[in-house]
Ligand binder design. Structure first.
Ligand code: RB5
Length: 150
């Protein structure tokens, strides 16, 4: 698994922590920034990560996005066709969104979620497989909604 990561200034510390945590597990990371605490705009980093996943340019098939709350960056990510971004602040949701929604982007809020819980959320999200079946039909309906909005 190769994961594209991005954040704004509100998520820089948690992004760096999660990045090191995943590299320690042998997971390859493509870091799209931001790289400093300077104020920046979260939609720009959602766009970098989502465009990378959609294009297949780096080979990353999943993404992790972090801002202060996780809310703005998840709203921005879900504007991209083919992206199913899930804002998670608990382990149950992280597992369920993989099983039910085939989530391909995990979003978290640095000002909301501590590093210990973030590690558990990330673990659940990367280890859980999509359940398919009736959930596949529902995910397909999301794709149809995207086409209807074109
Ligand atoms: C930045 O101050 C903050 O608005 C951003 O990180 C995020 O929380 C937006 O949803």
């Amino acid at each position: 698994m190769k994961i594209a990561m991005g954040c704004d200034h509100g998520g820089i510390h948690l992004k760096e922590h999660v990045k090191k945590y995943l590299i320690g597990k042998g997971i390859e990371i493509v870091d799209h920034g931001t790289y400093t605490e300077d104020s920046c705009d979260y939609p720009d980093y959602a766009a970098k990560v989502c465009r990378d996943i959609i294009s297949g340019d780096s080979g990353a098939d999943r993404g992790i996005l972090i801002c202060g709350t996780g809310i703005g960056i998840s709203i921005a990510a879900n504007k991209f066709k083919g992206i199913r971004a899930s804002l998670c602040g608990d382990v149950f949701s992280a597992k369920a969104t993989r099983e039910h929604n085939d989530s391909n982007v995990l979003c978290m809020g640095e000002r909301v979620t501590g590093v210990g819980l973030a590690e558990m959320i990330v673990d659940a999200w990367i280890e859980t497989e999509f359940a398919g079946g009736r959930h596949a039909r529902r995910v397909e309906k999301i794709s149809e909604l995207e086409k209807a909005c074109e």
